[in-house]
Design a protein around this ligand. Sequence first.
Ligand code: FAD
Length: 399
Amino acid sequence: METTSLQAQLDAARNDRLRVLVIGAGIAGLTLAQLLRGRGLHPVLVERAGPDAPSGYMLALVPLVDPVLAELALTKTYRDRSVPMRRYRLRSRHGALVREYEMGKLLDAYGDYRGISRGDLMDVLAQPGGTVSHGVTVTALDQRPDGVTAAFAGADVAEAEFDAVIAADGLHSATRGLLLEPEQVTGHETDWGGWVVWMDADEDQDLGEELWGTGWFVGTYPVKERIGAILCAPRASKHEGLGALVARIRSEVSGAGDRLDRVLAQADDGRESYYWALNDCRSAAWTSGRIALVGDAAAGFLPTAGIGAGMAIESAWVLAHHLTANEYGDVAAALRAYEQAQRPRVEAAQKNSRQLAPMMFNSSPTAAAVRDAAARFVPLGVALRPIQKLLDTRPTPPA
Ligand SMILES: Cc1cc2nc3c(=O)[nH]c(=O)nc-3n(C[C@H](O)[C@H](O)[C@H](O)COP(=O)(O)OP(=O)(O)OC[C@H]3O[C@@H](n4cnc5c(N)ncnc54)[C@H](O)[C@@H]3O)c2cc1C
């Protein structure tokens, strides 16, 4: 992506049949911008962070993303930069193997479940090129029947006119506050948080592994040439630091294998870890006239089911198709159709992520013992049913 001035982007968009402002060049915003570019538009893309912002954590992507990447002609690039995650291993609070699932077999009919770092995914999505203005935020949106005036901070232009404005500025979206009342945004708070650490690949690069502890959780997920790990615990213990969490896990777990040993050694070092609060958000409305929310700004995800980014990409795709379809008389009708199509799906997926949270982030020894015993008997088909349902009912947006 070429970093450019806002004025240069506005000049490029001047003669577009639809002038679209996309706020946030994250997963949803970048996907949407690229899809709109593919449809002959010059979306104006603004991003609060600088061009060298740290690009984060590891992602497992469900095959919901496949048609979107195919439309962007990015299938090969995506596959080259990611790894198939075909197996999932669950360990108990003491490190014993509870169960190993062959996820690949169950999902083969739909495509791959793949591991990719967020940075690599952003690189993949940037491949078709395009422009973005960094260090820019939107401070006000003034909507009239014939357009929206956006006011900017950090840009070379104070305000500009658009036909549609899309907020893709993530879980803590500031733009959302410009169109919704505070009580329209609710959230699920786990009171837990997690440190992300990275380590070198091992010989099991098709394996995701989780240890569900008592008062802690460790997940490890392969990406290209690396493994990303997240070590979670109640936020109340954050001040004790990652070293204290590592010591605690070491004292409670034995025989969990080389991968956990390596994660704990890496985490003990602590230098390259990054902390995430584990909560989500849900917006009571996704659209207001010519303005819409997409991705985490509309419905933010806990990472428990590994599906937030997949849903963000899918929603951006559905939005791009509705926005550019000829069948709507006006922009507001197109945005309403997008919300109608995606909100129920996304909220169902979000509900599933919420339901998993108390099992994964659990501090009661009794509940953990019951959970570990019960988990042995849960067939893979049952565990993956919510994801399979989403895949069985993939959207078919207008051409
Ligand atoms: C630790 C962790 C692990 C996860 N694991 C998975 C997983 O395995 N699989 C999965 O599918 N999902 C996973 N998720 C969820 C997934 O990352 C999110 O659902 C996804 O990133 C949402 O994309 P988005 O574009 O809406 O938001 P983001 O990717 O967060 O992008 C938002 C963008 O907006 C920018 N921005 C913020 N505020 C402003 C502003 N005011 N103005 C302009 N720009 C702004 C930000 O800098 C950012 O670039 C995980 C999340 C976390 C935290």
